[in-house]
Design a protein around this ligand. Structure first.
Ligand SMILES: [Zn+2]
Ligand SMILES: [Zn+2]
Length: 262
């Protein structure tokens, strides 16, 4: 089989480069057979790091038209990466919109601080690292409980710049994993972390082991912000998933899960 990539951006979000066509051409070259666009849904703080509410329909039209145009060579899926809890500018009707294949729920803000943006990296030195992780996982817990999403984005994102927790968050992660499994919510192996200061995928091998034990469905994405990133680090991602015990990946079409053999 070919690869799948369910987490990809476009130039519409303001911090990525490349048109939809450029991403698709790069994906076909990398032998990706199922490629999902999940650009940043409007975030309800004015950061210009997402599409605006007015651009949402333009984005949907662009992806759906590409889906038709490339139907012979690749499966294109329509999705959004939605910020939790800052999704108030993303109209509520999109959460049940039948055109959308899946929603990735992601937390990029703690107390209004965009902790994954390198512009605000100084804030890490002013805070207690365990407190950051505690608040982050609490947000994920409410994200999962909201039942609004199909996939949890980059599960251990606060490690992006190399800040690791001091205390063991294993039990917290395990309880989250059980909740996700119960809700049929997947995690993604997100390879973008490999090219960030932390130099490893999200989530870590240890977390993937917990997810496998708790029966959490797995999916994959390169979180590409340029066409060149499409499918990057996939050999390592597959190897890590297989080592944990995974043999299947999950894709979502019209919000329903489908398993495919790895
Ligand atoms: Zn982004
Ligand atoms: Zn994200």
């Amino acid at each position: 089989m070919g690869f799948i990539s369910l987490h990809n951006h476009t130039e519409l979000c303001g911090h990525a480069s490349g048109s939809i066509d450029e991403y698709i051409k790069a994906a076909i070259e990398k032998n990706i057979t199922c490629f999902g666009f999940s650009d940043h849904a409007p975030v309800s703080v004015n950061t210009r790091e997402s599409m605006s509410s007015e651009e949402t329909e333009t984005y949907i039209d662009m992806v759906l038209s590409a889906k038709d145009r490339y139907a012979e060579s690749i499966e294109i899926l329509l999705a959004f990466e939605v910020d939790y809890p800052l999704h108030a500018s993303f109209a509520a009707s999109y959460f049940t919109d039948e055109r959308i294949d899946y929603l990735i729920g992601s937390c990029h803000f703690i107390d209004g601080w965009a902790f994954d943006n390198e512009k605000y990296i100084d804030e890490f030195s002013k805070r207690d690292v365990d407190d950051i992780y505690t608040k982050y996982y609490k947000t994920l817990e409410s994200l999962v409980s909201s039942r609004l999403f199909n996939i949890v984005g980059h599960f251990d994102l606060p490690k992006k710049f190399g800040h690791r927790p001091l205390r063991d968050f294993g039990p917290t992660i395990e309880s989250l994993a059980k909740k996700m499994s119960k809700e049929g919510m997947a995690f993604e192996v997100n390879t973008a972390g490999l090219i960030k200061p932390v130099g490893e995928m999200y989530p870590s091998k240890e977390i993937i082991d917990i997810f496998f034990r708790c029966n959490v469905p797995a999916t994959m994405g390169s979180d590409s912000h340029s066409p060149q990133q499409a499918g990057c680090g996939y050999d390592l991602a597959i190897e890590t998933l297989k080592a944990a015990g995974y043999r299947k990946l999950t894709v979502f079409r019209k919000r329903k899960p489908f398993e495919i053999v790895m």
